[in-house]
Design a binder for this molecule. Sequence first.
Ligand code: CP3
Length: 358
Amino acid sequence: MAEDAVQPNADARPASGLAESPFLLACRREPVPHTPVWFMRQAGRSLPEYLRVREGVPMLEACTRQDMIVEITMQPVRRYAIDAAIFFSDIMVPLKAIGVDLDIKPGIGPVIADPIRDASGIDAIRELTPDDVPYVTESVRALLGELGSTPLIGFAGAPFTLASYLIEGGPSRNHDHTKAMMYGAPELWNRLMERLTDMTIAYLKVQVAAGVSAIQLFDSWVGAVAPEDYRDSVLPHTSRIFREIESLGVPRIHFGVGTGELLGLMGEAGADVVGVDWRVPLDEAARRVPPGKALQGNLDPAMLFAPWETIERRAKDVIDRGRTAEGHVFNLGHGVTPTIDPDVLARLAEFVHEYSAR
Ligand code: CP3
């Protein structure tokens, strides 16, 4: 299955060019010709061409249509001098694919019809098979031909962040219901986390079998958890994900927001690259993670609203501090926001290459 999945595009994609791409070199902590750069949420509402193709098509429908997935994934690659593409999808897609009744509402985010609060809800989370997401396999294969030697990053939501959406029923500031289950009903919590972990492992394996060159696990909201609780209630599950996909041989990136106090533990979870938000300077982050990790980050996305001179100075600072890490992939500290000017991102990507090549 895995071999079949990658073969059809083997000619269109010289393996050597891909393997030596600056992004993959940096993930493996090898020397790079310049610091590689990509932007979380580089595809999306900040691009007029995205708004045009998405017109009248609901988000979750767009995520199941090969034509849309391929076009939207390619849009930022055409515009920016970026070193990687990220598969256009959403962290909620695998849950929808196994039958969870949910929607992604514009301006709100994921909304769950029946929030999970008890054992019966948990039993609805079943393991995912490749047949649940044929459009993922087909779109990844189609993208490999288009991307040539530009790596494609696959991704999934981490169990904590998915659990938070499922338990709260939607976006949440305090994650009260989630923490109530985590602290008050640890057996239930662990059962839910185990099921989400199994689903996520299966989903990442589908993407790697289809040909993605790296994967990123988004634990966007795990910064809400204290280190001791992370160690007891989150780490065992996240570690299992990284352990079970290690043999697939693609770099694994682990990212969360507000995770300054968790960086050491997130490093222990087993990823090759630890994503850092804008709150912790990269030289400090390098001290907090265990040896043997590359870092990804971490310009504040809001910095892109500042005058260019300020952006340039702060980008230099990120690159200089990034040099203290064993490997560095330049990124924002969180996703591109919808009102960011794409021309500023284009200039930033070029600047990262220029400045870091010196
Ligand atoms: O990075 C990329 O370019 C790839 C695309 C991508 C999307 N979602 C597309 C999207 C990725 C990697 C995600 C992951 C995702 N989805 C995360 C983790 C990353 C993060 O930002 O921390 C999270 C927490 C979600 C859940 C989610 N989906 C939110 C909070 C929203 C925004 C809701 C809103 O309207 O403000 C979504 C919807 C979503 N996912 C959009 C896009 C382009 C916007 C929907 C639209 O265009 O109609």
